[in-house]
Design a protein. Structure first.
Length: 197
C-alpha cells in the first residue's frame, strides 16, 4: 500500500502527505501544510538550480526536486543526511547532499535560482548573506521561522538587497472526538520570501 502511494506521488505534482516520508524523532520535518506554502513561495520551475539549507528529513528537498528535476541539500547532522537520501531514493528524485555546517559549506557552491533556508537560525545572518551572494539574477530565497525574532532578523537582512514578502500561517488540524471534529491549533509559522531587486 505504502509502496503504491510512493509510486503515485513520485510521478505527480508535489503535495506529498507527511506519512509517506521516512522519519526519525531526532530530526525535525517541515509539516505538509507549511511545506505547501514554502513550495508555492519558491515559485519553482523545471530546470532551476535549487538549494535546501538544513534539509532535515528531506521533505522540502524531495518536493523541490520533483518540480525542478534536481536539488542540493545541506545538513550538519549525519542522521538528517541519511534520512534525506532515503526519502529521495524512495521518491526516485535526483539530489546531491552535502554534510556540513552552513554557511561554511556553501562558499564553494555555484549560484542557485532558489534557496530555501529551513535550519540554522543561530547562523541566520551569515547564512542569509551567503545565500544572497549565491543567487542568480531574479533568484528567490524563502525561509520559515517559528520565532518572531528570527523572522524580524531575516526581514531586516533580506530587505537590504531584496523585495521581501512576509506571510504568517496558523494551521489547525481536525481531530475526531466522540461528538464531532475538534480543531487543534499549531504554532504560527512565518514564511519570509525575498526576490533580488
Ligand atoms: C527544522 S529542520 C529542517 C526540516 C526540513 N525542512 C524537512 O522538511 O525535513 C532544521 C535542520 O537544519 C539543520 N541545521 C541547523 N543549523 C544548521 C547549520 N548551520 N548548517 C547545516 N545544517 C543546519 C539541522 O540539523 C536540522 O536537520
Amino acid at each position: 500500500m505504502r509502496e503504491r502511494s510512493l509510486q503515485r506521488w513520485a510521478f505527480e505534482t508535489p503535495g506529498i502527505p507527511d506519512s509517506l516520508f521516512v522519519r526519525d524523532e531526532e530530526v525535525p520535518m517541515t509539516k505538509e501544510e507549511v511545506r505547501a506554502m514554502v513550495i508555492s513561495k519558491l515559485r519553482l520551475r523545471e530546470g532551476q538550480d535549487v538549494l535546501d539549507v538544513g534539509c532535515g528529513t528531506g521533505s522540502v528537498t524531495v518536493e523541490m526536486a520533483l518540480v525542478t528535476g534536481y536539488a542540493v541539500g545541506i545538513d550538519e547532522n549525519e542522521k538528517a543526511i541519511e534520512l534525506t537520501k532515503t526519502n529521495a531514493d524512495n521518491f526516485k528524485v535526483n539530489i546531491k547532499l552535502i554534510q556540513g555546517h552552513a554557511p561554511d559549506v556553501m562558499r564553494d557552491l555555484d549560484k542557485f535560482d532558489r534557496i530555501f533556508i529551513g535550519g540554522g537560525s543561530d547562523m541566520l545572518e551569515s547564512i542569509l548573506e551567503e545565500s544572497m551572494m549565491h543567487l542568480k539574477e531574479g533568484g528567490r530565497i524563502v525561509l520559515d521561522a517559528i520565532q518572531l525574532e528570527t523572522a524580524t532578523r531575516a526581514i531586516s537582512i533580506m530587505s537590504t538587497k531584496m523585495d521581501v514578502e512576509v506571510t504568517q500561517i496558523t494551521i489547525s488540524k481536525g481531530m475526531r472526538t466522540k461528538t464531532g471534529t475538534a480543531m487543534l491549533a499549531r504554532n504560527p509559522v512565518f514564511i519570509i520570501s525575498g526576490e533580488l531587486k
